[in-house]
Design a protein around this ligand. Sequence first.
Ligand code: SF4
Length: 365
Amino acid sequence: MTILFSEAEDILDKSVNGKRLSTDEGVKLFSIKDITILGMAADTVCKKKHPEDYRTYIIDRNINYTNICTSGCKFCAFYKTDEHHDGYIITKDILFKKIEETMSLGGRQILMQGGLHPSLPLDYYVDLLQSIKREFDIHIHAFSPPEMVHFSKLQGIPVRDIIQRLKTAGLDSMPGGGAEILNDRCRNLLSPGKCTAQEWLDVMRESHNLGMKTTATMMFSHIETIEERIEHLEKIRRIQDETGGFTAFIAWTFQPKNTQLDPLLTSQYRDMGRIGSYDYLRTIAVTRLYLDNIPNIQASWVTQGAKIAQLSLKFGANDMGSTMIEENVVRATGVSYQMDKDEIEFLINDLGYEARQRDLYYQVF
Ligand code: SF4
């Protein structure tokens, strides 16, 4: 699709002036080849929402309590089957040491996610949360919607009751992982063992209705069309209109190496050629323009590296995400960027902003 310059200007003006974009207009944004004008519009909208003289980041650690998973997602290089000799379930000793280390580095939050383990009962997760809270004063951001749906099916308990039990045990907020693209054509190809798009959205609605904040995510640049990307954003925007429960939106590009999808991409999809920083930056700009009701957009240095993540702060993002003291899932695809607090602060300062540490609710300290 091509777009006239005047039409592109009209859509960007509309967004900059606080008017909501339609799905058609969202799709057209992707036809704007000059990403600098997209970036400038997204930066203007971002500055209106965040006139502060700082940009944020968080110190936390991504702890995977198990890598054993029944889902078999084709884009995942991290999981192991139940019988695999490298499969693990974390011990409390190791978990507590990781939390101690996180806190000694100034972290106040852990992100805890796992594979969809075939037999761990709900009591295991309840006990895990209760024991962490007994030992540490730390925010627990854990269990994405596919895990919640998996617990529910395994236990025969409604999702709402699962969330309520975990919340009572100490769960503070939920990560928006496992969204990939919220379209079942994509999900059936990528991750047929995982929850459907509707189930993902229903878990988020339930969590928000129970008073729990969550994030929302998108993993893109694989087999989805531009229309499906906008469909994903539209579904997130609608839930946010209903509940206001999403604190932030985080998008990252699919990393093919060591995954079952890599050969598929070679034969069928590689000509789409969308895996690059150009696509990443324009998508970040589009998310800022389209998701008018989500306050915070995160940069993804884990998949894009420090320099592109820094540029994202000029393309609509207002947050550098986490220092990720530990990250295992992207690393399993052979992509391994490292950043510490000093480097994140340098990148933010370099743009003329003060760097401030924040919590999940974007309160700075
Ligand atoms: S992405 Fe998550 S659910 Fe899918 S196979 Fe990997 S660990 Fe399992």
